[in-house]
Design a protein around this ligand. Structure first.
Ligand code: ADP
Ligand code: MG
Length: 273
């Protein structure tokens, strides 16, 4: 078995603390490199249940990598990440971290829904089949139950009249809403969005943001990487500004946007606002 000791390697890094109740995500002193390129340089972050955490920052600042680490699609080099109190990807025993088995990682990942910039729907399946696929294949839900639930989810994202359409017969905004319904079908406790509207024509952005707004209102915990500053201001509970692999500043979106404290935040906002 791999025996990884993943601890903060920064000088004077504090011992990792256990997550507290009332925390859906806890990221502590996380480092991630690709080869000799250090992409995440000591990330600390907490997201509470039902919180909407919006992340902004220049291209290449590490936003996608951080989301992928939370989902254990990337292995971190140092630090700790917990989701709903469980260490992501590892089990702690005798002060050391042991990598979870593939099946255990898959189980952790199922509790986290992810929506990407590209919709990644199965082109040969209809909207409802796309939404039913994982519940039937992965959790062995009865087809009839999965179908009823998928129809309800597609209704929730405003696509009750598109159940039988194939992805090619849907607009980009509709496809992205199917992708959101598909992620919700696994009943995640956390949703990660990585620039979900960046690939859409401007006139289709609003319908996807509206669905995300609805989710937020229903109490879903969400981390949203986005360039939609208006969404962050209106829906976000927290705004995190990342640059160069670190969190430069974070706080109430309305406060950060109106009164950024750091020069790098000011420079970025001047470009996007
Ligand atoms: P952002 O989402 O903020 O644009 P990313 O997390 O995608 O930033 O990328 C941060 C940096 O990490 C970039 O320099 C990118 O080239 C690098 N990177 C991301 N994924 C990989 C990978 N799989 N292999 C090598 N470098 C990567
Ligand atoms: Mg990215």
């Amino acid at each position: 078995m791999t025996d990884l000791t993943v601890t903060g390697d920064a000088p004077g890094a504090p011992e990792p603390s256990a997550p507290r109740t009332g925390e859906m995500v806890r990221v502590e002193n996380v480092y991630k490199s690709f080869g000799s390129t250090e992409v995440l340089k000591g990330i600390d972050m907490v997201v509470r249940p039902a919180e909407v955490c919006c992340m902004i920052g220049p291209s290449g600042s590490g936003k996608s990598t951080l989301l992928r680490c939370v989902n254990h699609l990337e292995k971190i080099n140092a630090g700790r990440i917990w989701v709903d109190g469980d260490l992501v990807g590892y089990r702690e025993r005798g002060g050391k971290l042991h990598e979870l088995r593939e099946k255990e990682v898959a189980a952790q990942r199922r509790a986290i829904g992810m929506v990407f910039q590209r919709f990644n729907l199965f082109p040969h399946l209809t909207a409802i089949e796309n939404v039913m696929e994982a519940p039937v294949r992965v959790t062995r839900l009865a087809k009839s139950t999965a179908k009823t639930e998928a129809a309800a989810l597609l209704d929730r994202v405003g696509l009750a009249d598109k159940l039988l359409n194939y992805p090619a017969q849907l607009s980009g905004g509709q496809q992205q809403r199917v992708a959101i319904a598909r992620a919700l079908a696994m009943r995640p406790k956390l949703m990660l969005f990585d620039e979900p509207t960046s690939a859409l024509d401007p006139e289709l952005v609003g319908e996807v943001l509206d669905v995300m707004k609805g989710l937020a209102k229903d109490g879903m915990t969400m981390i949203v990487v986005t360039h939609e500053i208006g969404f962050a201001r209106e829906v976000g509970d927290t705004l995190v500004f990342m640059d160069g692999g670190v969190i430069v500043e974070s706080g109430d979106p309305r406060v950060v946007l109106a009164n950024p404290q750091h020069q790098r935040t000011k420079a970025f906002l001047a470009k996007v606002l």
